[in-house]
Each structure stands twice: as C-alpha cells, then as structure tokens.
Design a protein around this ligand. Structure first.
Ligand code: ADP
Length: 522
C-alpha cells in the first residue's frame, strides 16, 4: 500500500525560495575579493541566482552537468551555488588551496564543463583550463556573473526528483588520489534539517551566521543551506580569515554563531591576546575538522563567554557525524566530568548510525576500535566508481579510531596518525590535547617518528606563540602523570609555522615527510 501524502521532492532550490518568500529582507553580506563589503537580501540573491540559472541553461548546461566553482565564501559564489543546483546541475566546489595540476586532475575526473572563479584566482583557473580542455569557459564570479545576471530573465527552478545529484566535493587526498562525493538534493536537504536543531548547530532566524569553513570544505558544513533555511542573516567572510579580520567581522555584522577548524580559532585567540577586546555578540561556535583542544574550549567559554560545540564529521558524511551538546545527563554530572563529556566529539543526530569495532575479539563494547558510519547522508559509492564505498550492510569505514564512552564518541586518532610503539598504540590526539595546554604553545602536532627499538615513537612538533620561548623540559612537564610514561614524546621539534593542508588543518603528512627520521638522526 502507498501512503497518501503529497509528492514534494526535497530539492535544495526550495531553501532559497523559502528564504525569499518568508525572509525576503534578511541580509546576506559578503566580503568581496577587493576587500569591500557587498550587501544583498535573500530576495535579491534568489532573483539574481535564477537569472544566472537562465544564463547556464542558455549555455547548454542541463541536469547532471558539472559546473565547477573555485572561490572563497562570497556573495557571487553563494548565488552561483543556487543557480547551478536550482536547474538540477551539479555544483562542484574546487578546493582553492590545491595547485593547478591537482585541480586539473580533479576537474577532469569530475568532467567539469564550466569553471566559475573568484577574480583573485583567475590565473589558477586559466592554468587549470590549459590542462583540462574539456572546460568550455571560465567565468569570473562578480564581473562575469553580474553581466550574465543583467542579460537574462529569471529561469524556473525545480521540476526534478530529490535523488538528483546537487553537489560534488572531493576529499583532500591525504591517502591516495582525491575521491569525489556526489551529494543529492535529498541528502543535503535532510542534512540541513538536522544541523539547525538546538543540539547540533542550533541556528535560528535571530542569528547572524558566519561560516568561516569554506564552501569547498564539505559545503561549508551545510551552513550555506542552513542559514537561508531558517532565515538567519548570512555573513560570508571572503578570503580574509586571519584573527583581526574575523574579529572585525563578528563585531561589525553582529555575528552570533560561527564555524571553523581549530587553526582559525587559534588565530582569533592569538589576535585577541595582542589586540584585546571581546567577542560579543558571538554566542556559539562549532569547531571540528580536527580535534578541538580542551584548552581552546576553556578559553573561548571562560574568557569570552562563547559556547563551543565540538563536532566530528567528514566529507563522506555530508559532513556531520556527531556534535557534543549539553543534556540533562551532562548537567547532572560534577562540572569537571560534564566538561570532559562536552570535550568529546559528542553524539550523532537521528539519521547517523555509528559503530566501533575492535580488532581484539575479546574486547568489550567500550574498547577503542575502528569507527564505521552509515545514514541517509553517508556516501554509498565514490563518484565515477562502480564499487561500493561501504560493506554489504552499508557501513562506511571512516578511517578513524574511536571509543564510545557513556554514549559519547571520543575520536582517539586517525588510523594513519596513530603512533605504533612496540606493538602498542599511542593516541597522537591525546598527546596534542596535553601539549596544547602549555601557555607558550600556539599549535602542536604529534607524529610517529621511526625508531629502531620500538618501530615508532611519538615526536612533538610545536609552533610557539609569537614572542614566547620555553625549554623542552617545560614542554614535557605537562605529560608527567597525565599519560603512561611510555607515551611521553621522545623528541621535540620547533617550527616557525605549521604546514597547513588543503582544508586549513595541520598537515601531518608534510610533518611526517620532514621529521619521520628525526629521532634516528638526533
Ligand atoms: P580532509 O581529508 O580534508 O581532512 P575531511 O574534512 O573530510 O577531509 O576530514 C575528515 C576527518 O577529519 C575525519 O575522518 C577525522 O579524522 C577528522 N576530524 C574531523 N572532525 C574531527 C574532530 N572533531 N576530532 C578529531 N578528528 C576530526
């Protein structure tokens, strides 16, 4: 028997149409590539996006065709996103931190037909096009799209099914070639409904939301869908993600909620240390993409009154997997224990199943093991591949090592970052959380260094705060009593600046390449 409800496909064009109808005057603002501020409303964005859709149709772009974008979070990029998805084409957000050769490889793999590019990145786009002749045209976001908007009447959106592909993101390829994840309208629509919930990102119409996480990093974690979905003000930061620029934007645009990887928040905290000032009206930040050090959570909460929601996810999960949010149970715990739970990666929302499987068959349910996920917004198979990305029951292996404790997920490491010392595992993230407590440390990472006796031993790499200095003994003191003696790093390397990967996280692969032999050499 069939149900008798209306057939109403969950397509993403409806999000901007909803904002246009019910929150027409709500502001969408963005820092342009020349540093100036652009201001529009949801009604204006929707109208402009429909006109851009008409231009894409006139070019011959149709449902399922891939249109690439290469840009920061800006107003023209936001409009292009909806213009592409609204006609059933696929918006492929390229990662601007990759070089032209990598981008061309990805654009070829994706079969991109057009490339919409931020003016500042035009030389890279031209280099990509030279390597990838299948790209028919490069259009500049801003000048180029403005001209197309002016020359076309609005197109009609929708008219396709909810399983139509909408967006394409590639993993950054830390292991092997990058792999494409092709989101559908339905998966992103449901993901949007999930993340606005109070126990997840908690976004409402009274919020002013600043997605610092780029649109090319798993759809800005869904925020460029979520803000219009609830009618929140949307603040797009453009290319300037340094502490001073983010601080200014928060104050000037009344930002109440924001999201980014830990390195961005570290930049903001460092700036505040020197420049002074507060973070009002910022109420809540989502920190994820890599582990948020407890010291960072404490500084934001205790000094600046900002609630931290620690989130874990990945491109293959659209990206949200879990968020740590207070509950009746955590409120009943002694404050220190409650804090520890909220420093974990949290719990999944409805629609994300998780399980941890230990390689030790005798281990109990709380033992650490390999983390698997499945759900409506989990990848089933990578773009262009026939083989499933999951096992026969639909479980996707995340590549993370985790433990579930009191119903909260604790990621202990990425599989490839674990330090295997004499057959035992040492959690690099556990050691980093401790090293980050040292007041002189700006950024830190623990990597596995080769060791003749134990196979691998932990090596601590630190970037000290500007103007700070401290001895190795003082850095190692924090580990005393906090971890077993054999976990304590065998060496320390100081770097002037941490290498960052394509999504702004500390690039441990680069550190391993540089320092894997450090203990042998010293
Ligand atoms: P990239 O490969 O560019 O890092 P993703 O953003 O998809 O792409 O990375 C997902 C991975 O990031 C996860 O598998 C996990 O290892 C790590 N990660 C994400 N959030 C957290 C977190 N809160 N704590 C620890 N690790 C995290």
């Amino acid at each position: 028997m069939n149900g008798s409800m209306l057939d109403w496909p969950l397509t993403l064009d409806r999000i901007l149409v909803h904002a246009e109808r019910w929150h027409p005057d709500q502001a969408v603002v963005g820092v342009a590539s020349d540093g100036g501020m652009q201001r529009r409303t949801y009604a204006e964005c929707a109208d402009r996006a429909r006109r851009l859709s008409a231009a894409l149709l006139a070019h011959g772009i149709g449902p399922g065709d891939r249109v690439a974008t290469l840009g920061w979070n800006t107003l023209p990029h936001f409009e292009a996103w909806y213009a592409i998805m609204g006609i059933g084409a696929v918006c492929h957000t390229l990662n601007l931190r990759m070089d032209a050769t990598q981008l061309a490889w990805i654009a070829r793999d994706a079969g991109d037909r057009l490339l919409l590019v931020d003016p500042a990145l035009l030389p890279v786009a031209e280099a990509v096009r030279a390597l990838c002749p299948a790209i028919e045209e490069v259009i500049v976001l801003g000048a180029g799209t403005d001209a197309l908007v002016a020359a076309h009447e609005p197109a009609r959106w929708g008219g396709f099914g909810e399983d139509q592909p909408a967006g394409l993101c590639y993993t950054s390829g830390t292991t092997g070639d990058p792999k494409g994840v092709l989101y559908t309208h339905r998966s992103n629509f449901l993901h949007t409904l999930a993340i606005v919930q109070p126990d997840l990102f908690g976004i409402g119409a009274a919020d002013s939301v600043l997605p610092i996480v780029p649109m090319f990093h798993a759809n800005a974690w869904g925020i460029t869908f979520a803000a219009p979905a609830v009618g929140a003000k949307l603040v797009l930061p453009g290319a300037r993600l340094d502490g001073a620029s983010v601080h200014r934007l928060i104050a000037e645009e009344g930002v109440t909620m924001s999201a980014a990887v830990p390195t961005v928040w570290q930049g903001l905290l460092d700036h505040l240390d020197h420049a002074g000032g507060g973070l009002a009206p910022l109420r809540r930040v989502v920190i994820g993409g890599s582990a948020c050090p407890p010291s960072m959570q404490r500084r934001l909460a205790d000094h600046y009154g900002v609630e931290v929601r620690h989130a874990w996810g990945m491109t293959e999960l659209s990206p949200l997997g879990t968020v740590a949010a207070p509950s009746a149970a955590s409120a009943a715990l002694p404050p220190e224990e409650a804090r520890r739970l909220l420093q974990s990666q949290g719990r999944p929302p409805l629609g994300v199943d998780l399980r941890v499987i230990s390689d030790d068959p005798a281990a109990g349910p709380d033992a650490p093991g390999r983390l698997f996920a499945r759900g409506y917004a989990t990848v089933g198979r990578y773009f262009g591949k026939d083989a499933p990305a999951t096992d026969a029951e639909g479980w996707f292996e995340t590549g993370d090592v985790a433990v579930i404790d009191h119903g909260f997920l604790h990621i202990t490491d990425r599989d490839k970052d674990v330090v295997k010392s004499g057959g035992e595992w040492i959690s690099s993230q556990g050691l980093e959380a401790i090293a980050a407590e040292h007041p002189a440390v700006a950024h830190c990472a623990v990597i596995a260094a080769d060791c003749d006796r134990w196979g691998e031993r932990p090596l601590l790499v630190v970037q000290l705060r500007e103007g700070e200095d401290c001895s190795d003994a003082s850095l190692l003191e924090a580990f005393d009593g906090a971890v077993p003696r054999w976990w304590v790093p065998d060496g320390i390397v100081r770097v002037g600046a941490m290498p960052l990967g394509a999504t702004g996280k500390i690039d441990k692969r680069a550190l391993r390449a540089a320092y894997r032999g450090h203990l042998r050499a010293s």
